[in-house]
Design a protein around this ligand. Structure first.
Ligand SMILES: C[S@@+](CC[C@H](N)C(=O)[O-])C[C@H]1O[C@@H](n2cnc3c(N)ncnc32)[C@H](O)[C@@H]1O
Length: 155
C-alpha cells in the first residue's frame, strides 16, 4: 500500500531521485551554461518565475540581478532543501520557494522571465513541454480576464 507521497509521485511519474540533484549540481558544463543563459536574460530588477526549482540553484542565479524570483517545486523534500540552501546564500531572500504544482501555479504578478528545466531524459518523464504550454495558456487567459474586468470597471 503506497503512502500519500508515494502515490503522488507515481501519479506524477516525474519526481527525480534526490541523488540526481547532486549529479546535476556537480556537472560544471551544465551549471556554467545555465548560469550564462540566466545572466544574459535576467536584467536588473526583473521579476522571474522558475517552474520545477529543485534545489533552487537556477532561481539563485536569477536572484543575482532579479528583484524577485518565484521558485515553484512540488517535491516537499526539495522545497525544504531549497529553502535551507537559499537562506545560507546572499540574495537568497529574493527567492520565494513555493510548494505547488507547476501545472497549476500562477505568480501573483506578471513576470519578465520564466525558467523551466524539466528536461530529464529527452523530456520523456518530466513534463517540460506540457508545463510551459499550460503556463502560457493560463497566463493568456488570466490577462484576458483581467482586461475584461478592467474594461468593465471603466464602464
Ligand atoms: C530536472 S530537475 C531541475 C531542478 C533545478 N531546476 C535545477 O536545474 O537544478 C526538475 C525539478 O522539477 C520538479 N518538478 C517536476 N514536476 C513538477 C511539477 N509538476 N511542479 C513543480 N515541480 C515539479 C522536480 O521535483 C525537480 O526538482
Amino acid at each position: 500500500m503506497l503512502n500519500e507521497r508515494e502515490a503522488e509521485s507515481c501519479y506524477l511519474g516525474q519526481f527525480i531521485p534526490l541523488q540526481y540533484h547532486h549529479n546535476m549540481l556537480m556537472d560544471a558544463n551544465r551549471m556554467d551554461n545555465f548560469k550564462a543563459a540566466i545572466q544574459r536574460q535576467v536584467f536588473e530588477g526583473a521579476k522571474v518565475l522558475e517552474l520545477g526549482g529543485g534545489t533552487g540553484v537556477l532561481s539563485w542565479f536569477a536572484a543575482q540581478s532579479a528583484a524577485k524570483v518565484y521558485c515553484v517545486e512540488l517535491n516537499p523534500d526539495m522545497v525544504a532543501e531549497a529553502r535551507r540552501l537559499l537562506a545560507k546564500n546572499r540574495y537568497g531572500e529574493r527567492v520565494e520557494v513555493i510548494h505547488a504544482d507547476a501545472f497549476e501555479y500562477l505568480p501573483p504578478e506578471p513576470v519578465d522571465v520564466v525558467i523551466c528545466e524539466m528536461i530529464h531524459v529527452g523530456m520523456l518523464r518530466e513534463k517540460q513541454v506540457e508545463v510551459i504550454e499550460n503556463f502560457k495558456n493560463a497566463m493568456l487567459l488570466n490577462s484576458v480576464t483581467r482586461c475584461r474586468y478592467l474594461s468593465r470597471k471603466r464602464w
